[in-house]
Design a binder for this molecule. Structure first.
Ligand code: WQD
Length: 334
């Protein structure tokens, strides 16, 4: 009985694959390498000493996807195949809605056809738009997303809620990620954004590594302690482990639809992150204050109580681990 990981060669998928294999789970990875690198597959095997089946396919190709279900007994699916760059989604809405939303629909339809009704979805804190309450709980209003990427997450959450209403034999876990950062301690796998990074940490490490000139801090006039944006950064390994806890709960419950914030409950500003990175690594991050980035919000961090109480999951790694592991990946892959 295998767990299928569409996008399992990507940043979040590969770290989750490592934790599943370390937990002696059988996995099958499918990926088309549109936002990942084939070398990651061998690195997953090197880290875990475990093997797994892999198919180079596009999960939106129904015929190829059905082949995977025909050839393997898939018991559950964790979907990591969504495109996830906020800025890119504004430029390429068709690609984002097709890959993320149509891809999810094709995946769920094929799952249904083969009697597989256990699904974990990578959602995002962006579904809260400009959150009405901080720290954010799962019953905080969703909507008001400010980019196609966030809206695809909102749409897929609605699809899953409607699916469960139509057939409560499904077991569905919706995990709302806050800001994933860091890398596996081995330094073998990590975040490899294509082109100029949109996200803060990948940009910081490339400035420290002299690949980029300096960091633009997008605004220091927000209503936050130091005026810069505050976010809930969570170590990628903690995030990955949250998926194992979610799967455990779906396996223990007969069925249901469950929603959890995966965050630390602590918010750090951009300047906090720069200072923490420099302190943890001894490296220097050159930066300048720049205008606000359109679509950004001032503050976003989680109340992670529900995941603690219901999944027995809590983020263990702190900001120093996140900075050190992010830098270690760059150093190990120079
Ligand atoms: C964090 C803070 C920026 C870059 C998005 C998605 C979320 C998730 C992570 C996929 C903000 C500031 C950033 C820079 C800066 N996506 N910043 N200079 O926008 O909170 O979240 O990415 O997993 O779903 O919504 O993340 O890292 O882009 O920004 O000052 O060069 O850093 O203004 O305050 P964000 P981010």
């Amino acid at each position: 009985m295998a767990i299928l990981l569409p996008g399992g060669a990507g940043y979040i998928g590969s770290h989750t694959a490592v934790e599943l294999l370390n937990d002696n789970k059988e996995i099958v990875i499918i990926d088309n390498f549109s936002n990942s690198n084939p070398s990651v597959l061998d690195k997953i095997k090197k880290i875990t000493g475990k093997d797994f089946k892999f198919y180079e396919i596009d999960y939106t190709n129904r015929e190829e996807l059905e082949k995977v279900f025909k050839e393997n007994k898939i018991d559950s699916v964790m979907n990591f195949a969504g495109y996830k760059a906020v800025g890119e989604s504004v430029q390429k809405p068709i690609e984002y809605y097709y890959n993320n939303v149509c891809g999810a629909l094709i995946l769920l339809d094929v799952m249904r056809k083969y009697g597989c009704k256990k699904f974990i979805f990578s959602s995002s804190a962006t579904v809260y738009g400009n959150p009405e309450i901080i720290p954010i709980t799962e019953d905080c209003k969703v909507g008001g997303t400010t980019n196609p990427y966030g809206t695809t997450k909102l749409y897929i959450e609605q699809i899953l809620k409607d699916l469960y209403t139509s057939d409560n034999e499904w077991s569905i876990g919706i995990l709302r990620y806050f800001n994933p950062v860091g890398s596996h301690e081995s330094g073998l796998i990590g975040e490899e954004p294509q082109g100029i990074p949109n996200n803060l940490m990948p940009y910081i490490v490339r400035v420290a590594n002299k690949q980029l000139e300096e960091l633009s801090v997008f605004g220091n006039d927000y209503d936050t302690p130091d005026g810069t944006g505050v976010r809930d950064y969570i170590h990628i390994v903690d995030l990955a482990k949250g998926h194992l806890k979610m799967l455990e709960k779906l396996n223990n419950e007969n069925n249901g639809l469950f929603i959890y914030n995966l965050g630390t409950g602590t918010g750090y500003s951009v300047l906090d992150m720069i200072n923490a990175f420099e302190k943890s690594t001894g490296e220097t991050v050159k930066y300048k204050i720049a205008p606000r980035r359109p679509g950004d919000i001032a503050t976003c961090y989680a109340d992670p109580t529900k995941a603690k109480n219901e999944l027995n999951w809590k983020a263990e790694k702190g900001i120093e681990d996140m900075c050190k592991d992010s830098w270690n990946y760059i150093v190990k892959n120079k």
